[in-house]
Write a protein that binds this ligand. Structure first.
Ligand code: NAP
Length: 309
């Protein structure tokens, strides 16, 4: 029986690993199908405190992994697909394998929704297609960019990008924004933002350097196509939290995010089970906030285990 099992190797999982390992709990960290999490798909991270020159996303995650390992965290590759938290049990199943622990920290992250169009995957992460304006916006200074979506994220990203970019074209598939009224009004009023309604981005086109250079869009009402030159394509059509194994076991909100207990950021409804990072956070979704939640979850787990003894 493990003291602590941590699910996920993003900022939240590794930070929980560092803290629980330093508390001498020898945590077992289970790595899913994207070791290192979302940041490994970003080229440079400029907003993680402590790195005045920025740091490569992959390197940051590799450093966090080494830091967790240095204090005794152990790693195993296993994609948990089912859990049993009934009657005080904490059993995690990954295909044929099973793991049992006194406490569990769930830091399984979220996956940005993508469009599934030609060119998108090929240019994702460093070649012009991205899902995070906060992370990558500054790389598009004085350039034209396209944002896809019509919710709060798309509006927020569009407004954020106006600080750097010469023009932001927001492409939305309907004729009204889903975003909250205040965000929608700000977006529509901004002189640098042009909204193209009733349209779907159908393809991302590469320039000679292999990086995004334009998008092809289709007007869904007129059924005609056009082309928008742009150096960046920001896809903001929502995230899918990686919480399927916890359906029916822990409380999830209507979008599938894990819901912590009231008055706590990280305590789940099951004693000894904690949540951290993007699987439980649709408001901030930052590397540093995920790391903060990982730290909180680790301290909570440590205290809970000490009380149990
Ligand atoms: P969202 O509200 O689900 O909006 C997703 C948008 O993407 C919708 O406009 C949707 O179009 C569009 N979309 C979805 N799939 C698409 C596809 N395949 N092709 C083209 N467009 C597609 O997601 P979100 O904007 O990420 O927001 C998620 C939650 O976080 C919301 O509750 C939001 O209020 C909250 N949030 C709040 C803030 C803030 O308050 N500052 C900031 C960000 C997010 P349709 O409209 O046609 O469905």
């Amino acid at each position: 029986m493990e003291n602590v099992i941590i699910l996920g190797t993003g900022c939240a999982g590794f930070t929980a690993g560092i803290y629980t390992a330093r508390a001498n709990l020898q945590p077992l960290i289970l790595e899913g199908d994207l070791p290192g999490g979302q940041l490994t798909t970003t080229s440079e991270v400029e907003n993680f405190p402590g790195f005045p020159e920025g740091i490569d996303g992959f390197m940051l995650m590799d450093n966090l992994r080494k830091q967790a390992a240095r204090f005794g965290s152990r790693f195993e590759s296993a994609l948990v697909d089912r859990v049993d938290f009934s009657e005080g049990r904490k059993i995690l199943y990954a295909g044929e394998k099973s793991f049992e622990a006194h406490s569990v920290i769930i830091a399984t992250g979220a996956t940005p929704r993508l469009l599934g169009i030609p060119g998108e995957k090929e240019m994702y992460g460093g070649k012009g297609v991205t899902t995070c304006a906060t992370c990558d916006g500054a790389f598009y200074r004085d350039m034209d960019v396209v944002v896809v979506g019509g919710g709060d994220s798309a509006c927020e990203e569009s407004l954020f990008l106006t600080r750097f970019c010469s023009k932001v074209t927001l492409v939305h598939r309907r004729d009204e924004l889903r975003a909250s009224r205040i965000m929608a009004e700000r977006t529509l009023a901004h002189e640098k933002i042009e909204v193209i309604w009733d349209s779907a981005v159908e393809e991302v086109l590469a320039g000679e350097d292999g990086k995004a250079n334009a998008v092809n869009i289709r007007n869904l009402k007129a059924n005609d196509t056009s082309n928008i030159p742009c150096k960046g394509v920001f896809i903001a059509i929502g995230h899918v939290p990686n919480t399927k194994p916890f359906e029916g076991v822990l409380e999830l909100d209507e979008d599938g995010y894990l819901v912590p207990e009231q008055n706590s950021m990280v305590r789940s409804s099951v004693p000894g089970v904690y949540v951290a990072g993007d699987c439980a956070d649709h408001a901030y979704r930052q590397a540093i906030t995920a790391a903060g939640m990982g730290c909180q979850a680790a301290i909570e787990a440590e205290r809970w285990l000490a009380e149990k003894e």
